[in-house]
Design a protein around this ligand. Structure first.
Ligand SMILES: *[C@@H]1O[C@H](CO)[C@@H](O)[C@H](O)[C@H]1NC(C)=O
Ligand SMILES: *[C@@H]1O[C@H](CO)[C@@H](O)[C@H](O)[C@H]1NC(C)=O
Ligand SMILES: *[C@@H]1O[C@H](CO)[C@@H](O)[C@H](O)[C@H]1NC(C)=O
Ligand SMILES: *[C@@H]1O[C@H](CO)[C@@H](O)[C@H](O)[C@H]1NC(C)=O
Length: 912
């Protein structure tokens, strides 16, 4: 019986109210009557109007302007006529009323609940001297205004002057009002709830009204939120999120947020079941407002810790939040809420891990830095499982590198294991590797690696990780000579002892570690700065043989790494390697010729690379290779590559380079054995090399092809068959060996008709006699070599010039050679090389060829006019080495720049 509940305390108060002032008593009586009427006799006209404070009929108008009533009361539907006129006027003057929605569920308020000033149900009723009751705030404001206007305080209703502005809280009335509210709220919540439960898509307005009501009631007081929960409305609201109406969904998100705000039990309630997932789905909604409201609601939920775990457990939730938090297109509010939600989610380690996986690494790093030992291990483990982007590795190394290093120095085994894995990932970028080196990673790492025996408690799987890290560090190209391994700073990674230990470890461990340690040595021998140290340690430890053994290893990676290592050290110990390799050549060749059907393999390229780098002067090795058929295999493979029969990939270039180098080795040994020459002829090596010299080719291929052509061309005069009647070629018959054009001499034409080579005076061809002038390729040989004279790489230019020199050198008809050069428009480039003066070696060669060219009188005359050539020769004459000076001097004499002294004088002068 609510009536009794309300009335009993009131009656009690009344009966013991002798001390109360008259107005208070009056109010209580009014209230009791009003309540009684409301519950028992809800008939307005039964109430005597005198029971209520009388109101001047004109009071609204009479009120000073400062007291203009605020918007009409939200909850009021007057049941008695006393204030209704006032109300009515207020309504009329203000036009629109409070939201229609709330009216529906409201039970009538009593006039006694109304403040005459605000026309609203009072929150904090107080009574003044006259016994009238007002809203606390409002009457204080009234008094203030009276004072400000220089008037005595008056009663707003009676206009009577007041003796004092004392006010008395009207506790009883307040309680009644509260009770009235509570009852109303409960009733209306029930109605709202049933409206929602019966929710029909068609009755959208009804639903929205109910939702609005719930939201308002929640905003009114925290206690109402419990009421909402007790009424079982939360699951109903959660269900609304799945409505097909966007308006309903938006409203539901809003209402839910109000419902759970500052109320953990409601959060708990909403966090149950599938609702969290439903809310998270909104984050990927294309409608911006739904996303915003959803993230706000989610943030609200995340303020309650247990829900954080459930949010993180929803697949994709953290990714969506991270995306939203770092979005540039989302509005500020949503970004902010997403950020704050993530911040709340950080309370759970698993969430931190997910964030890291989704690119939000900072929480993990912070926790790693600040957490206790156990947390650190967990975080290090997470870190070790992540695949980090390059720039992130650097950031991570900067922040936690030193910490991780200290863990591997002193931590327990689980901590070290987790940490090593993280370091493996971070060390794989050269920038972050250098940061780790600075943090002092090297000494503990090497110590762990070299630790032996059961006492070390360092399992093999961790040695592999350590070896990988070491390989990464070495690949960073840091200067290891300056990084000490011990406190005294005596030892570095390049110290002989340390390299010995490495070599020893390589031979006494499993394949995985072997491979990584070989990789370490490959790294250390990649720079000419550090290679000598490693080489001398290899020599002093006698490890060459065991390193070569790895060429036969079962694991391909090991074979590749050892090939790379041997290749790196070959410039320093070529002869030794050549000797030691003997027995393994056939397996190397097998690797090269087998090659996977799917294109060039790394191993092929590495094997050829090693062979190509062994010193070409090692005739024993050449002989072995020849006998194993290496040159045949390689030349046919080169031809295949040329034809495009082998699919190209990133190993094609090193493979081609290596093969050309190996083939060049044979041309260096032509003098040694007629069978080499015979092979070169049969395998058509000269045309092959001419083919390999091409515009835009690889430098190494051009370089070694030109070098090989030089060697082959030197053989021509020994191979050409001189016809019985010697050809009448003579320089005197040259009609015009034009420097800047190409004209063929009649004599040469005649000679060619007879099938005899102008330059070599015999029957020549590129294929049979390696004659560059009589190219079977339509003179392409000279043309292509001339094209190389413009090459950017001076080494290529030099090699091309050397090959062309064979046509104007001793033992051939040099004058005809000049003609051939002229026909290929090769004279000007040679002169340009001289004038350009790029390197000393090039100048020497250019001076030599120019001198040969100037022996042709017509050309000398023409060139004499060109001051730059003469100046370049003078320069060479003044600054060159002794041989160049002599050659330059001779050339200048051809130009008549130096008087032709008697030959006797010259003979004397030249004698040393
Ligand atoms: C290493 O990281 C830096 C900085 O992000 C980057 O510039 C560099 O390319 C990375 N190196 C490699 C080999 O990826
Ligand atoms: C030509 O052959 C002779 C002997 O046959 C040899 O002495 C000479 O070195 C050879 N010339 C060249 C350039 O190989
Ligand atoms: C030519 O090159 C050499 C060495 O490269 C240099 O000493 C000399 O001064 C150069 N001469 C001219 C004229 O540039
Ligand atoms: C220099 O004089 C000698 C004889 O004295 C002669 O054979 C030679 O052709 C002359 N050289 C030049 C470049 O005139």
């Amino acid at each position: 019986m609510k009536f009794l509940a309300v009335c009993l305390p009131l009656s009690a108060q009344l009966s013991s109210a002798d001390s109360l002032s008259l107005p208070s008593k009056q109010i209580i009586v009014q209230v009791v009557v009003a309540v009684a009427v409301h519950f028992l006799l809800p008939v307005p006209w039964l109430l005597p109007s005198s029971a209520f404070p009388s109101i001047d009929n004109s009071s609204p108008a009479a009120l000073p302007p400062c007291c203009t009533p605020p918007p009409p009361p939200p909850l009021h539907r007057s049941s008695s006529g006393l204030l209704s006129s006032l109300q009515q006027m207020a309504r009329n003057s203000d036009g629109d009323l409070e939201e229609y929605s709330t009216e529906l569920y409201q039970e009538a308020a009593f006039d006694a609940f109304m403040c005459p000033l605000t026309k609203q149900v009072m929150q904090d009723p107080v009574t003044i001297e006259t016994g009238q009751t007002f809203e606390h705030e409002a009457i204080l404001k009234w008094f203030r205004e009276c004072r400000d206007n220089g008037r005595k305080p008056t009663c707003p209703l009676t206009q009577r002057e007041l003796r004092s502005t004392d006010i008395t809280p009207s506790i009883a009335l307040r309680n009644v009002i509260d009770e009235w509210r509570a009852r109303n709220d409960e009733k209306e919540l029930e109605k709202a709830c049933s409206a929602l439960s019966l929710h029909h898509e068609s009755a959208e307005d009804e639903t929205l009204r109910a939702l609005t009501y719930i939201s308002q009631i929640c905003q009114r007081s925290g206690a109402k939120k419990n009421l909402v929960r007790d009424q079982g409305i939360i699951p109903v609201l959660a269900d609304m999120l799945k409505s097909s109406s966007r308006r309903v969904r938006l409203k539901s998100l809003q209402v839910l947020r109000a419902v759970v705000e500052d109320n953990d039990q409601n959060k708990e309630e909403l966090g149950k079941g599938d609702t969290v997932r439903t809310i998270i789905k909104f984050l990927s909604n294309e409608h911006i407002q739904e996303r915003e409201l959803a993230v706000s609601l989610l943030y609200e939920l995340s303020e309650y810790e247990p829900v954080c775990e459930r949010i993180g457990a929803v697949y994709g939730a953290i990714l969506l939040l991270v995306g939203m938090g770092s979005s540039k297109s989302e509005n500020m509010m949503a970004v902010d809420k997403a950020e704050k939600t993530l911040k709340n989610l950080e309370k759970y380690d698993t969430n931190i891990k997910q964030m890291a996986e989704n690119g939000r690494l900072q929480p993990l790093l912070t926790k790693l830095l600040q957490g206790g030992p156990e947390v650190q291990v967990t975080m290090a483990e997470y870190l070790g499982e992540l695949a980090l982007a390059n720039d992130v590795k650097v950031v991570v190394a900067e922040q936690v590198g030193a910490l991780l290093v200290s863990i591997i120095k002193t931590g327990g085994l689980p901590a070290r294991e987790a940490t090593l894995k993280a370091l493996r990932e971070m060390s794989s970028n050269e920038s972050s590797a250098k940061i780790l080196l600075q943090a002092g990673i090297l000494p503990p790492l090497v110590k762990d690696l070299f630790s032996v025996g059961a006492s070390s408690h360092f399992p093999m799987r961790l040695k592999e990780v350590s070896a990988t890290i070491l390989a990464n560090l070495v690949a960073s190209g840091a200067s290891f000579r300056s990084i000490p391994l011990d406190n005294a700073g005596r030892q570095t990674l390049l110290s002989e002892d340390v390299v010995h230990s490495l070599l020893h470890l390589i031979s006494n461990t499993g394949p995985a570690v072997e491979c990584k340690l070989l990789n370490v040595l490959v790294g250390l021998t990649s720079s000419p700065d550090t290679t000598p140290d490693v080489v001398s340690a290899i020599k002093s430890s006698g490890a060459t043989i065991s390193l070569i053994q790895f060429l036969e290893a079962a694991h391909r990676e090991i074979r590749v790494e050892s090939l790379k290592l041997l290749r790196n050290v070959s410039p320093y110990m070529g002869a030794e390697l050549g000797d030691a390799l003997g027995g393994h050549l056939s397996s190397l060749l097998r690797v090269i010729s087998d090659g996977g059907g799917g294109g060039v393999t790394e191993e092929q390229a590495a094997a050829v690379g090693l062979l190509g780098d062994l010193p070409e002067g090692d005739s024993k090795l050449t002989r072995q290779l020849f006998e194993l058929g290496a040159f045949g295999t390689l030349s046919s493979k080169l031809a295949e590559l040329r034809r495009g029969a082998i699919r190209g990939n990133r190993y094609t270039t090193p493979l081609t380079d290596g093969m050309v180098k190996v083939m060049y080795r044979l041309t260096c040994a032509l003098k040694d054995a007629p069978e080499y020459v015979e092979f070169a002829r049969e395998a058509a090596l000269a045309p092959l090399f001419v083919e390999l010299i091409q515009v835009n080719g690889q430098d190494t291929v051009q370089l070694y092809s030109a070098l090989a052509l030089e060697k082959l061309s030197l053989e021509t005069r020994n191979r050409t068959a001189i016809p019985e009647p010697p050809p009448p070629a003579a320089s005197g018959l040259l009609s015009c060996a034009c420097l800047f054009g190409s004209t063929s001499s009649t004599a040469a034409a005649a000679a060619r008709q007879a099938g005899v080579c102008r330059v070599h005076g015999g029957f020549c061809s590129l294929r049979e006699t390696f004659c560059l002038a009589e190219g079977g390729l339509g003179g392409k040989a000279v043309e292509r070599l001339v094209a190389c004279l413009d090459h950017l790489n001076p080494e290529v230019v030099e090699a091309a010039l050397a090959a062309l020199s064979t046509l104007v050198g001793d033992g051939v008809d040099a004058a005809e050679g000049v003609v051939v050069l002229g026909e290929a428009e090769g004279l000007r480039p040679v002169v340009d090389i001289l004038v350009e003066n790029r390197t000393e070696a090039l100048r020497r060669r250019a001076v030599w060829v120019v001198e040969r060219i100037l022996r042709v009188e017509d050309i000398a005359k023409e060139v004499a006019a060109d001051q730059t050539v003469a100046s370049a020769l003078v320069e060479a004459y003044r600054n060159g080495d002794p041989r160049t000076r002599h050659t330059a001097e001779r050339a200048l004499r051809h130009l008549d720049r130096i008087p032709n002294f008697s030959s006797a004088f010259h003979a004397q002068a030249r004698r040393p």
